[in-house]
Design a protein around this ligand. Structure first.
Ligand code: DGT
Ligand code: MG
Length: 366
């Protein structure tokens, strides 16, 4: 069930964050898209390393100021390997890269993309279905494919869940959750994290962090909140996971890739009333919402970890471990040289511990 969290996202239509971003020069946006397609394809083939290399190269392009018109301008940029350079060169010279076009047209890539966009379906499941000869969403239904409850919900709400969530919609869901927590445990705060906190106007889901200023009071909160929301017909699907984090266990081993954190958490699909947009005719739209409960002492780490972007988190954790011999995750920061946890009451303090200047959320997009 956790598979879908780990899957690669090309963003809406493969363009990543481009459409809302910083007015990228046309050429470099095309190269970026090409590299993201190859990253996605590598992920579909289970080549995580190759996938990460293409993702990094795309991120380097994204961070470049100004227009890119020749490959030489790139110079010896770290993070852009031989293969990626070739792709960029093709795009600069011909407007397209033949390898990327072949990938985009391949039946396997298209099918993998279709299936991994189902909530609850990851690369492994999609790949198995492909090998079994399944090609369309109708195939899944007609051939009686065994689906988990999560995948059934994902299939039922496929179109809605693959329609971007607008900021206004995220805020409205945040308010509904705010209302619910005030009933269940007054004083609880609800924070909109993820891409919306970084200033994106739309996203694929709504990430909400819950915490209470008095340590321990948050215990048992999530199930009460979810029950109440459910009783208001606001929830179409949900499954929860208990908190399994214990500081005494010590830090996770460094270098553990993009591991799930261990907060108490609810993966859900909300039923959001809408006036316009794709769901207007029926008056509502399905929206993916993650509710995460963090104890107050871990909140700054959770906030930093859940604000993203994924790439920013990966690089920050890598910096912590390689340059500072510290282990950073969404629960804590651990100094391996001194064998101690470094507490923090704010994100600013975490950056201070790392010896870095504070990076505000809006600058964490690459
Ligand atoms: P979006 O929703 O596609 O517009 O983009 P984001 O940036 O909101 O991405 P999302 O919702 O997948 O995740 C938000 C951040 O939270 C991202 O930096 C990674 C982090 N995150 C998501 N799921 C998990 C998880 O299971 N464990 C940990 N540690 N972090 C997670
Ligand atoms: Mg999100």
């Amino acid at each position: 069930e956790i598979e879908s969290r780990h899957r690669l996202r090309g963003g809406w239509g493969g363009g990543g964050d481009r459409e809302w971003g910083r007015g990228l020069p046309y050429d470099s946006a095309l190269s970026q898209e090409a590299l993201e397609t190859l990253a996605e394809e590598a992920g579909f083939s289970g080549s995580e390393g190759r996938s990460l290399a293409f993702t990094r190269a795309a991120s380097v392009l994204k961070a470049l100021p100004g227009r890119l018109s020749t490959l030489e301008e790139l110079g010896p940029l770290p993070g852009i390997g031989e293969h990626s350079r070739r792709v960029i060169q093709d795009v600069l010279e011909d407007g397209v890269c033949a390898e990327v076009e072949r990938v985009k047209l391949s039946e396997r890539y298209q099918t993998m993309k279709l299936f991994t966009k189902i909530f609850g379906v990851g690369v492994r499941t999609a790949s198995r279905w492909y090998q079994e000869g399944l090609r369309t969403l109708v195939d899944l239904q007609e051939r009686g494919t065994k689906l988990t409850r999560q995948q059934q919900a994902g299939l039922r709400h496929y179109d809605d869940l693959n329609t971007p969530v607008e900021r206004g919609e995220a805020e409205s869901i945040s308010r509904a959750v705010q209302g619910a927590v005030q009933r269940c445990l007054p004083g609880t705060s609800v924070t909109l994290a993820g891409g919306f906190r970084r200033g994106k106007p739309h996203g694929h889901d709504v990430d909400l962090l819950l915490t209470h200023p008095e340590a321990g009071r948050e215990a048992g909160l999530l199930s009460r909140v979810v029950s109440w929301l459910d009783s208001q017909d606001l929830i179409l699907y949900q499954h929860s996971q208990e908190n399994s984090y214990a500081l005494q266990e010590g830090p996770e081993p460094p270098g553990g890739r993009d591991v799930m954190d261990r907060f108490e958490r609810c993966f859900s699909i909300f039923r959001l009333e809408v006036q316009g947009g794709p769901g207007a005719a029926r008056g509502w739209k399905a929206v993916r919402v993650d509710l995460v409960v963090a104890p107050i002492s871990q909140f700054p780490f959770a906030l930093l970890g859940w604000t993203g972007s994924r790439h920013f988190e990966r690089e920050l954790r890598r910096f912590a471990s390689h340059e500072r011999k510290m282990v950073l995750n969404s629960h804590a920061l651990y100094d391996s040289r001194r064998n101690l946890f470094l507490p923090a009451v704010s994100e600013e303090e975490i950056f201070q511990h790392l010896g870095l200047e504070y990076v505000p959320p809006a600058q964490r997009n690459t």
